[in-house]
Design a protein. Structure first.
Lengths: 599, 289
């Protein structure tokens, strides 16, 4: 046993049982990029999940493979965790940068774990932050027991879990779960775990975190990323074709598809570029497959012409766009909500589309499923707007078997016998709804032309003013009733209040956590979280916002893109805006502070 | 259900919009003839068109047709083929479409070797936009956008196709419709990516590469009975012949597994109009706590 463990201060370790005003606790693990920091985060998350907590994990990493700095933020609670919190309770500093970058997020009760043989925290630094600082003899343990360097993270994370009172069996189970795909490394990591628990037992071993609420352990829970949710939704919808060119933060969705295409029998194609991706998907959809592309803003820039082609040929198409900060390459691995106006307006001329903005992981799955139904029913392009934060963060969800009424709606798709009865098939027939029936290549009697040129009911090029007018009207008429297929407005929080937060997409989580905290301060706030922006649920929105004294519009962009849409509908003098545009997600604390100062 | 098609069933009721004498007529006519003679039924054919004079042909042939974007016909065709292997998928696009804006897709289509036929209407000019320089325009050619004569080396589509992995590479000429039909038939029968570069006089905007100009230079590789279409190096060296003499016929042919066969996923788009959601509990199991 090496007796080198020491604390720099003598305060006892704070009690991390959750109570009172803090329903959540947050761990930050930081170190050099490419050193398995995320795996460490996943192990810690799984240990907490096994102990009965709900967990959210968000990692921040640079756009490079080695060197640079990576942070994993893990927020856990017995209650639902809506967002990763920025206030850090346990900071695991595998490198010095972790402390330097995030010291402002520490509080009096935080603890810091680091190894003084890795770097030194000098007195100037530690005096400013009067929290508990423990040096963990990671390098000593490695040397003494001749462990390989890759087990270092395990020692750090075990120390971290010990401070929380997670027992060794749970930790080992979590390590096994996360590293099961690397069996060669599993054994020595388990050994490192055992040695850490032995050596640090005197200091941390007595702790035992108490989970008062056993309900979580009874439920079937899943821990997965946003892109895994979106991918599951697409497979649930029986997507037949997915095409993409790798681009963060949508790349992991492409990887997910490649993992599953053989089992679920669909085509996935990594294309030469995004132009090919969208055109291939349009071809596949024309031939009858439910088709989807995935990209980020830069890739979507290349897809814009293809978007118009889908609209013109009335080919159903789902476009998954995970936003990241731009312009140009921007900050590839960071987050933003700044492509809303882009997807709403991207076009040659005018044509309708639907823009879904799922607000959390479960909606990401549900709305991806929904997107295919809408695309096929209305024969239009449908967007799913995610972002790096939503796509790559992990959360705990409970999943019930789908409602038996949940249906795949392929829209007006003619089968062989229906086509046999048709003479002179008009693929683009003018109908009352604007929607006309589709036939698929290979079907007898369904031959037609899908034309990028303006065309008549058969698809033949036609530039007469009459056909042009009728076709424009047809395309727009199709979506007049699309709202009937969209869910009702997401409204949360207090009923009787004159204050309302408005968000769209991924910012909902932090807003929910913020109103929960504000409620504990007896400040009652309502929240409207838009999960689609086109068509805009104008009526419902106005009826909720009209009685308000103040409207807090919270967006992760510079110009206030939703604000620019809503300003025509609401009294702008009541609006106070919070815009963040530094590549980081909006954190609950920021919303709380903003609202406290602007109420 | 079976349907017997007549020769005329390959025509729509739409009027042709090409200039009288345009090389597109022979291509159009001979492709329909080849399909008919091979008994490939119109409902099993998809032709994907690029944008250009050739693309306007989308209106005239009565098979499943997709008139796509300028330069992007190949990806559309590949998407179709990937989800329904039973279709005969053909792409018709101009030289600007295939060798200019869409050249990236061309190279990738060659190396992917899907069972698709690309017919390039090679008039060495931009026809539809009324006579600008093409990446296929010969050196010295004067066009609206090369008033002092072209000084960019033309793209060599044949050598590019061979070196990129196309498994069938040929060149035909609109002025020789019968051999052109035979080349089309060979391309359509070939399993894998087949590319036919068709020299297609543009009588309105290309006053250099006329019927007479091509006629004076054209000869057929297959006239030499010792020419071995499977000889990659030979084909590559012959592909560089252009000028006083212009080789026509099949340059190169080989057999390689197609992309769709290697992928080996058949999603049966015509059979799977299923309306129940896919059960994803197995996927989620991996994430279960
Ligand atoms: C993205 C885009 N850029 C430009 C055009 C305009 N355009 C239409 S056809 C064409 C060139 C046609 O040349 P080619 O492909 O050789 O066909 P041809 O008309 O000679 O048959 C161009 C530039 C377009 N339709 N789309
Ligand atoms: S412009 Fe040239 S290519 Fe176009 S139709 Fe006329 S002759 Fe043919
Ligand atoms: Mg041309």
């Amino acid at each position: 046993m090496i007796n080198l463990f020491k604390t720099l201060r003598t305060k006892s370790i704070p009690d991390f049982n959750l109570s009172g005003h803090s329903l959540c606790r947050t761990i930050l693990i930081g170190g050099e990029a490419g050193q398995g920091i995320k795996s460490a985060g996943l192990i810690v998350s799984h240990a907490l999940l096994l102990a009965g907590f709900n967990v959210k994990l968000y990692d921040e990493y640079p756009s490079l493979i080695r060197g640079g700095h990576t942070d994993v933020l893990i927020t856990f609670s017995e209650f639902p965790v809506y967002a990763p919190n920025s206030e850090v309770d346990v900071m695991v500093c595998i490198d010095h940068k972790t402390f330097i970058n995030r010291k402002q997020d520490l509080n009096l009760n935080s603890i810091i774990l680091y190894d003084e043989n890795e770097f030194r925290l000098d007195n100037n630094e530690t005096n400013v932050y009067p929290c508990e600082i423990f040096t963990i003899p990671v390098n000593k343990i490695i040397k003494t027991y001749k462990l390989p360097a890759y087990t270092k993270n395990t020692i750090y994370l075990c120390a971290c879990l010990m401070t929380l009172g997670i027992d060794i069996d749970t930790t080992k189970q979590a390590i096994t779960k996360v590293l099961q795909k690397k069996p060669d490394k599993l054994n020595l990591n388990i050994q490192a775990c055992e040695l850490t628990y032995q050596n640090l037992n005197d200091i941390f071993g007595i702790r035992q975190i108490k989970v008062t609420n056993q309900n979580n352990l009874k439920k079937k829970r899943f821990f997965l990323s946003g892109n895994e949710c979106a991918g599951s939704g697409a497979i649930e919808a029986r997507m037949g074709f997915y095409a993409a060119y790798p681009m963060t933060p949508a790349s992991s969705l492409l990887d997910f598809m490649f993992k599953h295409y053989r089992t679920y029998n669909f085509i996935v194609k990594q294309t030469e570029d995004e132009i090919a991706a969208i055109n291939m998907a349009i071809g596949a959809a024309f031939a009858g497959a439910r088709s989807m592309v995935g990209t980020s803003g830069g890739g979507f820039s290349l897809m814009v012409e293809g978007l118009g082609l889908a609209a013109m040929t009335e080919t159903p198409l789902v476009i998954f766009l995970a936003q990241r900060p731009g312009p140009s390459t921007g900050m590839p691995t960071w987050t933003a909500q700044s492509d809303l106006l882009f997807v709403l307006n991207a076009s040659q001329d005018e044509f309708p589309r639907v823009v879904l903005t799922p607000t959390d992981h479960e909606e990401l799955r549900e709305m991806t499923f929904l997107a295919f139904n809408i695309a096929e029913k209305y024969q239009i392009p449908v967007f799913i707007l995610s972002d790096k934060y939503l796509s790559e963060s992990y959360t705990t969800i409970t999943y019930q078997d789908p409602n038996p009424s949940k249906k795949i709606d392929r829209g007006l798709l003619l089968n062989a016998s229906a086509l046999a009865r048709i003479e002179n098939f008009k693929r683009y027939e003018f109908t009352n709804s604007g929607i006309s029936a589709r036939s698929l290549p290979g079907q007898i009697n369904g031959i037609h032309l899908a034309n990028s040129d303006e065309s008549d009911e058969y698809g033949y090029s036609n530039e007469t003013s009459e056909i042009r007018r009728l076709k424009m009207q047809k395309r727009f008429k199709k979506v007049e009733n699309v709202s009937s297929d969209l869910p009702g407005l997401n409204v949360y929080g207090a009923h009787k209040t004159k204050y309302c937060i408005v968000t769209w997409g991924s910012s909902k989580g932090s807003a929910l956590e913020a109103i929960r905290r504000l409620q504990m301060m007896n400040k009652y706030i309502k929240l409207v979280a838009l999960n689609y922006v086109e068509p805009l649920p104008e009526k419902d929105l106005i009826s909720i916002l009209k009685p308000m004294k103040k409207i807090f519009l919270i967006e992760n962009n510079y110009t206030g893109q939703l604000y620019n849409i809503l300003r025509h509908l609401i009294d702008t003098s009541l609006v106070v805006r919070f815009n963040k545009y530094d590549g980081r997600p909006i954190f609950p604390k920021e919303i709380v502070d903003f609202i406290l100062t602007s109420i | 259900m079976k349907k017997i098609y007549q020769r005329d069933d390959y025509n729509t009721n739409q009027k042709c919009t090409w200039c009288p004498g345009c090389g597109n007529f022979a291509i159009w006519y001979m492709l329909k003839q080849a399909l008919f003679e091979l008994k490939i039924n119109p409902h099993n054919v998809v032709i994907v068109y690029g944008v250009g004079c050739s693309g306007n042909g989308a209106n005239f042939t009565d098979v499943y047709s997709f008139h796509g974007l300028h330069g992007r016909a190949l990806p559309v065709a590949q998407g179709i083929k990937l989800v329904n292997k039973n279709l005969k998928v053909i792409v018709m696009a101009g030289d600007g479409d295939s060798m200019g804006i869409g050249i990236g897709h061309f190279i990738h289509a060659c190396r992917r070797n899907m069972d698709i036929t690309l017919i390039m209407h090679d008039n060495q000019i931009y026809g539809l936009t009324t006579g600008q320089l093409s990446p296929r325009s010969d050196l010295g050619m004067i066009t609206k956008t090369s008033p002092t004569g072209n000084f960019e080396t033309p793209v060599n589509p044949i050598s590019l196709a061979i070196s990129s992995g196309a498994t069938f590479v040929a060149r035909g000429f609109s002025g020789h419709p019968r051999p052109l039909k035979e080349i089309f038939k060979a391309a359509l029968i070939h399993k894998g990516f087949s590319f036919v570069d068709v020299l297609q006089p543009c009588v309105t905007f290309n006053k250099l590469n006329t019927y007479a100009w091509y006629n004076a230079r054209a000869y057929y590789l297959q006239d030499d009975s010792t020419y071995d279409v499977h000889d990659f190096n030979k084909a590559l060296s012959v592909s560089f012949i252009w000028g006083q003499r212009i080789p026509l016929g099949i340059f190169y042919k080989n057999y390689a597994p197609t992309y769709e066969d290697s992928l080996n996923i058949d999603i049966n788009v015509l059979q799977t109009m299923d309306s129940s959601p896919q059960d994803i509990s197995e996927i989620l199991k991996e994430y279960e706590v």
